[in-house]
Design a protein around this ligand. Structure first.
Ligand SMILES: [Zn+2]
Ligand SMILES: [Zn+2]
Length: 241
């Protein structure tokens, strides 16, 4: 499994490309407003994107969908795209595309024909296509939000999208060594909205096996960790599992 980081910035950041990554150049995780810039900078062919996961309906995670679909419509792509997301995913995608380009734009027809929706329900596992199995994980955020464990040919990656730390997250990482995690929190935060490196040091690292590595994303600015098991991501980074 190849994971390529397209962006590492959170909703509020100092000029980073917004948080997004792509698995095996075809399964896109999150679609932030600047997704077109990120996929072209990292030399991803938009027509090879066959599935998209949206963790929740905040702008930094899905406002890029209209631009991506507009592009595919203009390229006359004949490929279908699976879009996975929380309750109401189909309505949310239609709504944002209508706001972006109007209900009468011919791209809406392309969307109607080519986009297949898979809604996350009752934490049930989703068979994305013949390659990927996605097990949703409940996150703790202002709105319904999911992370996942994604498995392909025995390789696994976990993603903790926008969330504060809760010890229940530990149960999901027993057999996963690679965890991409929202690490936007700081030790000094008065209200905990995001996980911080301090949370990992205090609650996660002592309880996880030595092979587990945490990759931090959704940042305010680029950061470096002094702990060998925590690595802050930068755009362009690649992780091979
Ligand atoms: Zn976010
Ligand atoms: Zn959010």
């Amino acid at each position: 499994m190849k994971i390529k980081i397209l962006g590492n910035g959170g909703a509020i950041n100092d000029g980073l490309p917004y948080n997004s990554f792509i698995i095996n150049d075809g399964f896109l995780i999150e679609s932030p407003p600047d997704i077109i810039g990120s996929i072209f900078r990292e030399k991803i062919d938009p027509q090879k994107i066959s599935a998209i996961f949206i963790s929740h309906f905040h702008a930094d995670h899905y406002f890029g969908l209209p631009f991506l679909f507009l592009r595919l419509f203009f390229e006359e792509s004949g490929n279908s795209i699976i879009v996975i997301g929380p309750d109401g995913i189909e309505n949310k995608v239609r709504e944002i595309c209508n706001i972006a380009f109007g209900a009468n734009h011919p791209m809406q027809k392309w969307i109607g024909k080519h986009v297949i929706y898979k809604e996350i329900k009752n934490m049930q596992e989703i068979h994305v296509d013949s390659h990927y199995r996605l097990r949703p994980i409940e996150m703790f955020h202002f709105t319904e939000t999911y992370g996942f464990i994604l498995e392909s040919d025995g390789d696994k990656v976990a993603y903790f999208a926008d969330t504060y730390w809760k010890n229940s997250l530990l149960e999901y990482v027993e057999d996963v060594d690679t965890i991409i995690v929202d690490l936007n929190g700081e030790k000094t935060d008065k209200t905990k909205v995001h996980i911080s490196e301090n949370d990992l040091l205090k609650y996660a690292l002592p309880k996880t096996k030595g092979s587990v590595r945490f990759y931090g994303t959704h940042l305010r600015d680029n950061k470096i960790s002094e702990n060998g098991r925590i690595q802050y991501l930068k755009f362009g980074d690649e992780i091979y599992i």
